[in-house]
Every structure is written in structure tokens, then in C-alpha cells.
Design a protein around this ligand. Sequence first.
Ligand code: FES
Ligand code: FE2
Length: 337
Amino acid sequence: MGKRYDFPIPFGWYAVSLARDLAVGEVKPLHYFGRELVLFRSESGEAKLLDAYCPHLGAHLGHGGKVKGEHLACPFHGWEFSGEGVCKHIPYAKNMPPRADGKQTVHAYPVQESSGVVWAWYHPDLVAPSFELDTVPEVGDAGWTDFRVYEWTVNTVIQEAAENAADAAHFVYVHTAQDIPRGEITHEGHKRFARYVGKTADMDENGNIDTTGTRWRETVLETSNCGPGMTRQRFMGLCDTIQMGLVTPIDDQSMHLRFCFIQPQGLNPLQEFIAQALTDEISRQVEQDIPIWNNKIFQPNPILCDGDGPIAQFRRWFSQFYAKPSGEDALKIRAVS
Ligand code: FES
Ligand SMILES: [Fe+2]
């Protein structure tokens, strides 16, 4: 059987670790972007990401590699590489081989650490970052909690999962929403914004949800995407909640999805209960999507109806993250427009 999806991996900034999960001196093997990788944090605290295989005799730097100051030492013969992928020291050589001397011999990914996340820039043609990441200033702020994290491996590609946000009708049929949400959606370059205003049953000070259907509270959901790998959502109404949706391609057929939530500090036990119920519910909803994502195909030329959301608009926006916009893949991706 051929591949289920025929998309290239989109370029962009992707979460490769939560910052809190990478201690100084730690070395981790990773598999993202269809590649073997090694992530490490140097002694000065910088996170670095390299392709994993040593250019000497091919050892995997993520399995047994050691941090030495700012370098990563290979477990096989001790060659040391900088975070920029340059061989800096060979412990038993009198002279540096000319092919290695001062040259990058292992691909180093641009890395940035912000909003509690270690991000790496992926581009299939190794092109430098073409946009900046948004930051979420509430992450790490004393007034907000640490991340509460939920995560999944999903057999789909980012475009397909992200299309969910534009697919208004599925909220009723998959997530049992009462109405099809209609938001204001805008696209600006690599960013996409959406705002939804709704209502939910009110709650009194004892936590009792109104069941009479007479008292309502306004809820607002604001969403912003920064490229294909980062979504920030803010839920306002019952419990102020910020969610970072982090999605990273494992390869061109599957992805790692993380939801990281923060909420205000100092909630009373009842508010705590509601806060956790809210993040559990958002995560339960994605678990309703996953069986569909795991088994569907991409319809390049779908039959759409007037009740569907702005799917063609979404696909046009997303197509900017493919490196070959005039290629065959892009034509398929744009077929709906
Ligand atoms: S394989 Fe890495 S130093 Fe030899
Ligand atoms: Fe969904």
C-alpha cells in the first residue's frame, strides 16, 4: 500500500520539547520531520538540535552522547560537536581532517526557547526562518499555573488536523455542540486569527450549573495560529484558560500533538475543579477527532455545501507552508480554491 498522505512536511517552527523537560547537560534522541535527531542542553543552558548521525562512523549522538561544556561528544570515538554542528575537537587526532575543519558537518536546526517550549525551525530545503514565533507572556508568569499537558500521537498530517478549526459543521456531529460555531476569521501572512462568542449555562457561587435554561454566561474563544506548528487559544467565561496547541510532524504521515494549558493561580477548590474539568473536556474533544483523523483520506476536491465552514480559505492559507508552491503537491492542495 502506498502512503496515505502525499503532502510534503510543511516548514515552520515546531515544538521539539517542553523547556522543563530538558535539563542542563541532558541529551535526548528524537524522531521528528522524518529524521533521527539529537536534542541537548549545553552547560550554559542553551538548547540545541542536530541531525543525529555522526559524520565520522555514523553513531547516533542521541544514544550515549554526552554534553561537554557547549559541545556534544559522540559516544563512539569522542568527537565533539558544537550546537552549530561543527566538529570542534577530536581527542586522539593531531590534526583536524580538512573536511571537518571549521565546517558544519552535521545539520543544526535553528532553535528558539520561548513560552516554555523549545522550538526548532524545519525547512525541507534548509532555508532560514522566514517568520518569527509569537510568544505567550502568561507562560512562566507568577500569576499563572505551570503547564497541564495532554499529548497524543496521531496518524495524520498537520494540514488535516488543523482543518478542523475551519470545519464548522463537525462540531455538531463529532463534538455534540448545540450549534455550528460561526466565528470571525482573519488571515495575515503566516498568522490566522479566529474569535467565537457563545454562551454557556451560568454557575452560581457554589458551583451549581443553572439547569433552568434561564441564566447564561457569555463565553469567548480567541484563537491565533503562528505557522503550522503553534496555536494559542484563550477561553474566557467559566474559567480563564490559555491553551498552547503544539503540533510537530513525526514524519510525512503522522504527528505529535500536545495541548499545554495554563490557568490563573490561586483558584479556590471549586474553581480548581472547574478548571480541570474544562481542560479535560477540551482534550476529550480532540479524542473524538482522532479516530476520524486516523482513518480518513484527504479529499483534494471535496463537494462542499453552504453550511460548511471556510475550508477552501483555510487550505489556501495553509498552502503557503509548503516549500514547492508550484509543484504537484501544491496543485492538489489548492484544488479546492
Ligand atoms: S562515530 Fe562519532 S566519533 Fe566516531
Ligand atoms: Fe474537532
